[in-house]
Each structure stands twice: as structure tokens, then as C-alpha cells.
Write a protein of this length. Structure first.
Length: 273
């Protein structure tokens, strides 16, 4: 009777399990013993015993027993803290305990600003923080006007330069602790920390004034062209009655949609006049 071939198990390229082939399961590799932490602990225990022995040798009289006990316990406490701590020194398994490092935000390739996921996480964190401290956080959503028309008239590269221009203007107008991110194709978001309605209005005024004075310089058919960027904005500020960070974002989105519709209404009235 012919022997059946061994069964194969498909393993994804990034799988962490052992790969089983027709030759069978590969031998398991045991992790090497870390002698460094063991030596350190042995030296620590020896140091503690030496300190206690020296204390008994120096103070052999019974009246000095409380002092000897205090010094001995101090040595044991220091040794225990060194052996049991898990931050910056080896743990019981011999593995170095490394403090986790927060991953940097994934930035948008075009504008080099953080993306929506980072913006949403920071909004949640800052909303909880300001709610505990009795302060406010404001959301400003910014939409670039007529970007589709720019792409059709001057090309996609010109539209990309307009987006970079607006991104630089927004990032240059914020305070050092505020958060700016690119949320979509032509939308940006700003978190104004510890800021009320007056600060939000002042930020938008500074941004619009900056965009009115500075234009995006693009090259079209071998010649330099200045393109002026206009924006619509929607805002919302947290309050004690708001219990979710998403409610602040949704309120800002609704305000932005209202501003965009009002802009289109004004444009149609101007064209029909």
C-alpha cells in the first residue's frame, strides 16, 4: 500500500507560525540564555549581603539592632527595586523592558500634514482633556474653493500647488500647540486647543487675510501664473452639553456645508444680476 504524501498547510508570507513543508516541521529554535541580567542580579544580591555583613561586623552590640535593621532593609529594598522594575532594565525573563514609543503620525504625501485618522484621534484626546479641565476645544473645517475648475483650466499640477499653498497658509497661521491635518481632497481640519468662539473667529480672519495677500505660484505652459485661493470654513466649539467628540466634528461639518451652499447661492445671484 503506497504511503500518503504529507499534508501541506498554506501559510501567508507574514505569518508568524512555523512553515510546514514536505520535509516536515523545522526544528524549533530556543532563545539564547541572556547571561547579562543574571550576572547583574547576582552582583546585586552579593552587594546586599556584603552591606548587611558589614553592618553586623561594625555594630555587634544589641542596642544598635534598630539601626542595623534599617540599613539592612534599605539595602534589600534597593536591590528589590532594581530587580523588579520593568522600565529601562531587564525583567525576570532576561528580556530588556523597553518603554513603548508612540508611532509618529502618517503624513499626507502632497502637503506633509497629518491625515484624518490622526486628526480624529487627537480630537478625541483633547476633547476628553478639556472636558475634565472645564475648558474648550474648537474644530475648524476648511474647504478650498473651485479646485475642480483650477484642475480643468490649468492642470492637476496647478491644483496640487494650490493645495500645498493653502496647507502652508493654514499651518503657518495656527498656534504652536494647535493641530492641522488634511482630511480629504480639498479639505483641511484645525484643532484650536483651549479656544473659544472669539479665538476661532480671529484664526479664520488671519487665515483669510493671509490668503488674500499671498498667491500660489504655478507654471503653466512655461510661464508663471499666480492663483489666488479662496476658502469656505465651518466651525464648532465644545461645551458642557456636548458629551462626544464626534458631535463637535459633525457640527463643524454641518456648518461647513451651510457655508458652501451659501457661497453657491451668492455666486448664482451674482451671475444672474
Amino acid at each position: 500500500m503506497a504511503s500518503r504524501p504529507p499534508r501541506l498547510r498554506l501559510v501567508e508570507p507574514d505569518s508568524t507560525g512555523p512553515l510546514i513543508t514536505q520535509e516536515g516541521r523545522p526544528p524549533e529554535r530556543r532563545a539564547p540564555i541572556a547571561f547579562g541580567p543574571v550576572v547583574v542580579r547576582l552582583l546585586t544580591v552579593g552587594w546586599s549581603i556584603t552591606v548587611i555583613a558589614a553592618l553586623f561586623d561594625a555594630f555587634a552590640a544589641l542596642p544598635q539592632l534598630p539601626f542595623m535593621t534599617a540599613m539592612g532593609m534599605t539595602a534589600v529594598l534597593v536591590a528589590g527595586m532594581f530587580a523588579l522594575t520593568r522600565e529601562g532594565v531587564p525583567d525576570w525573563r532576561g528580556d530588556p523592558a523597553v518603554k513603548p514609543v508612540e508611532a509618529p503620525p502618517t503624513n499626507d504625501l502632497l502637503t506633509d500634514l497629518p491625515t484624518f485618522n490622526y486628526f480624529q484621534q487627537r480630537l478625541s484626546d483633547e476633547f476628553d482633556r478639556t472636558r475634565r479641565m472645564g475648558k474648550q476645544v474648537s474644530v475648524v473645517l476648511i474647504d478650498v474653493n473651485n479646485l475642480t475648475a483650477v484642475n480643468k483650466e490649468y492642470g492637476v499640477k496647478a491644483g496640487d500647488e494650490v493645495l500645498r499653498h493653502v496647507a502652508r497658509a493654514v499651518d503657518g497661521t495656527r498656534r504652536y500647540n494647535d493641530v492641522v491635518a488634511r482630511l480629504g481632497d480639498d479639505e483641511f481640519g484645525v484643532l484650536l486647543l483651549d479656544c473659544a468662539d472669539e479665538g476661532v473667529r480671529a484664526f479664520i480672519d488671519r487665515l483669510e487675510d493671509r490668503l488674500a495677500k499671498e498667491s500660489a505660484l504655478v507654471e503653466v505652459a512655461g510661464r508663471a501664473v499666480s492663483l489666488w485661493a479662496g476658502i469656505c470654513s465651518g466651525t464648532a466649539t465644545s461645551s458642557p452639553q456636548i458629551t462626544r467628540a464626534d458631535d463637535v466634528l459633525e457640527s463643524a461639518m454641518a456648518d461647513l456645508n451651510h457655508a458652501k451652499q451659501d457661497r453657491e447661492r451668492r455666486r448664482r445671484l451674482w451671475l444672474s444680476a
